[in-house]
Ligand binder design. Sequence first.
Ligand SMILES: Cc1cc2nc3c(=O)[nH]c(=O)nc-3n(C[C@H](O)[C@H](O)[C@H](O)COP(=O)(O)OP(=O)(O)OC[C@H]3O[C@@H](n4cnc5c(N)ncnc54)[C@H](O)[C@@H]3O)c2cc1C
Length: 476
Amino acid sequence: MADKYDVILIGAGMSGLAAGIRLAQYDKRVLLLERHYLWGGLNSFYKRRGRIFDVGLHALTNFAPRGRRGVPLTKLLRQLRIRHEDLQLGEQRYSEIAFPSERLRFSNEFALFESEIARAFPTEVDGFRRLTSAIFEYDSFAPADPDVLARKVLSEYLREPLLIEMLMLPMCYYGSAIPGDIAWYQFAILFKSFYDEGFARPEGGIRPLLDILVKRYKSLGGELRMKSGVAEILRTGCGDSQRAAGVRLDSGEELLADQILSSAGFAPTMEMCGAEMARKVRPTDRGQLSFNETVIVTDKPPLTFGNYGAAITFFNDCETFAYSSPDPGVWGIDTRSGVICSPNNYAAKEPLKEGWMRFTALANAEHWEQLAAGPREEYESHKYAASQAFLDSAARFAPDPRPFEIDRDAFTPHTIRRFSGHPRGAVYGAPNKRLDGTTDLPGLFLMGTDQGLLGVVGAMLSGISMANRHSLQPTA
Ligand SMILES: Cc1cc2nc3c(=O)[nH]c(=O)nc-3n(C[C@H](O)[C@H](O)[C@H](O)COP(=O)(O)OP(=O)(O)OC[C@H]3O[C@@H](n4cnc5c(N)ncnc54)[C@H](O)[C@@H]3O)c2cc1C
């Protein structure tokens, strides 16, 4: 049996890497275990036909220019001792929320969004200002009322149903694990991260950012083991005095630690603790919402072939927005709404020569798992047909890249589950979040998606704050 670690971290996604750096900075003996052969988790990358594809990067939300005080990105960089300029962030041109009867643009200047609301919904100007003030005054990182839902709060400030639907669409797509709604505190976090802070893209995509994190972690003495899945969380003591004592890997190897921080999600983490703990998992501890994504590479940038300058387009093809796992239907996806994204439409020192467009649709996880369990050709042809159906739908809101297509890739909830371990490919985890990161087993804590902070910046903040709170508090 190996020496004892101070902390074992499960998962080398954004939260695990950030927690690892933070702990290693304080000379903790820390081990980061990852089941996959590549780090990054939901925000990783892969190579196909000589091109590097990002798994999940549409936008780094929470953009802040160097030195802006009191905002998440600045806090994050200070805690990890990473320089802003090392991220090489290029700001978006603009993004938009597109419904059939109205489009709202926004950029990294809040004034643009405010003026768009005033143009499109003149009777809602006062309500929107009051809503904005309420959001800025609200302590969304330590919410007193985490169960309150956003639709209810929005209806207290706004009367135009269309405006409410338009505000809900991007927030749900970028962070809600709750069908039809989003927790109010998460809405508030995302609202600030979109409209007051903004969108950027690290030059070169997610890989350079991951390289910085991994290099920093290792340079501080942190240990990283890939292809090292955790099969079981070991316990010591009995009855009420039980606590986490270490892990057993898929290989059978046992490793001991004083504390374990897991980014695998609440339900999978409880299942690693054995049948008794797994029985405590409730339906709201299991996420349902997942996505299909199609990436199209074109021979020229979308600005050239379609005058498309948006970094992100959130679209919905009718006046109300339905956010749920779709019925399997024909394609296993919802073609009515989605996200279109172009990495070309961020500032860059070296602009991308090829065009890139990403198309994200809500998808039915069971449908795709069933197909994936059958013949490979059937799964692939269905995936292609679903992509085509979604691209037909999206072409009503952004230029169709297919006439200029030179490469394509697509993934489904099955792919997301396979490479990140999240059951049903539930990108935003479970509806029920555990904001303090504690579990019923002393010494075992959650970080990342099921702790409650999402996205690249959110997950890193989650890793940092859980490490600070549970592993460093007494000594930091
Ligand atoms: C298609 C898509 C688009 C996205 N777009 C954006 C975007 O534009 N902007 C943004 O900010 N965010 C985006 N996200 C969300 C963002 O990627 C996630 O919120 C964030 O990366 C979550 O990080 P995490 O550390 O909490 O979890 P994860 O990334 O899920 O990391 C968990 C890690 O744990 C590993 N693991 C699980 N079980 C075990 C085990 N038993 N043993 C060892 N290792 C294990 C997994 O392999 C994984 O690497 C997107 C996600 C997807 C899928």
